[in-house]
Ligand binder design. Sequence first.
Ligand code: UDP
Length: 479
Amino acid sequence: MMKVLLSLLVLLRNAEGFAPNSRVASSGAVSSHSTTTALNSWFSGNKQKEPQPGKQQQKQQEVCTVQILMSDTGGGHRASANALRDAFDVLYPGRIQCDIVDIYTDYGPFPPFNSYVEGYKIMAKYPILWSIFYHVGATPLGLALNEWTLETFCFEPFLKCLARHSGETNKRADMVISVHPLTQGIALKILAFLDSGKKDLAGRQTPFCTVVTDLGSAHPAWFDSGVDKCYVPSDALVEAAKDRKLRDDQIVKYGLPIRKGFWATNDGNTKQPTQQALKKQLGLDQSLPTVLIVGGGDGMGGLVDISKALGKALGRSDTKSQMVVVCGKNEQAKQQLQSNDWGDGISVNIQGFVNNMDEWMRASDALVTKAGPGTIAEASICGLPCMMFSFLPGQEAGNIPFVEESGFGKYSGDPTVIAETVTSWLTDPALLREMRQNALKAARPEATLDIARDLAQIVFDRKAQTSASSAVEAKVRVR
Ligand code: UDP
């Protein structure tokens, strides 16, 4: 009788989504970014910091699967998801398979859910519209309404997404990671349902972590006290997480996850090409200081007007310089700027979407940018002073004090002031040097690998637990 009961119990608990693991244990206080760079240990082949497989894992190093939830609202969410996937591949080749999904576009049942990407593009062009949407959504009523609409209309379609087979396996993911503000509460509820058959959050066993991809400020929807871990890049966001009732042991501060090209710069071990070599490679004049202009992945924030005004001002200046404008996916801006008459005073290089932003940044002396979190974090790693010309109200507003207080940049919405400020930087090598040092101090080039290590430990532990329970089940079956 006991044997039958035990068999039933184990079978029930191990049916897909009913694994017997306890929730991921959280421990320790708010972690600060590691003092020794993770890159040093990685490049020198020191694997001591890597999560070490337990006995069970050593026996069978199974592939773990991770689903990363995001939506392509702006370029940053997918960039961070890809960065985490690349970090897993570098640290644990072949051991973690990632399933990156734009859950709103692919599984949203109808507009506005499945058209957030287009909606975001339109609102980003009209900051007032975005500001209203953002700030109303950040009120307790707005947050509750969002939760209610998601549960009412998206629970079933999103359930299909979270239940889908992950990687090359025939099971759903061993862990879910969110890199988007609108994929916390609903995903936690769905996981609880998949794990226990009920929406009660206490029934969730599949690990769920949030990796915040904003920098100096973030929408409250990013922070859900039901998560196992919430990775944030700055002190301001540690506080924002605490305001939303996350415990210290849930909050981990490393930095922003950014793409591989930016990981290895100031670790001292890896040789970067010199600025001169990069200028040559990119077809730039090696003798001229370079100003890089960027408006995020979508080339937003009034890129055309700022570029024209800055081109005029730099062209008039006694200090000769060159300007590179990266228009991202904004084809219209690219065409407008390509057909502009820039005069003889300045040489201008117009690019569309580039895949080698790290090289363009390292070839440049100053950056003029929308206050996008990804671009700012990348610029700090390259020691690039930032002149910010616009910001999206809400999530990008906090990036301005982040840069100004760190001492590597300024904000102005006035093209004349922007041009004067950048010209004054280019003519003051001592100031440029100081700002460069400040940028490097604020930089977190090791963050992506640190976050990936933590997440890997969580999914490896989870896998070990499920493997152990499967072994018990097999034993019971044999008897
Ligand atoms: N980016 C890029 N190529 C381009 C333009 C931008 O790779 O042509 C990248 C940029 O390096 C950064 C991201 O797109 O990683 C933009 O993110 P950010 O958070 O700055 O702004 P968003 O596009 O999300 O508003």
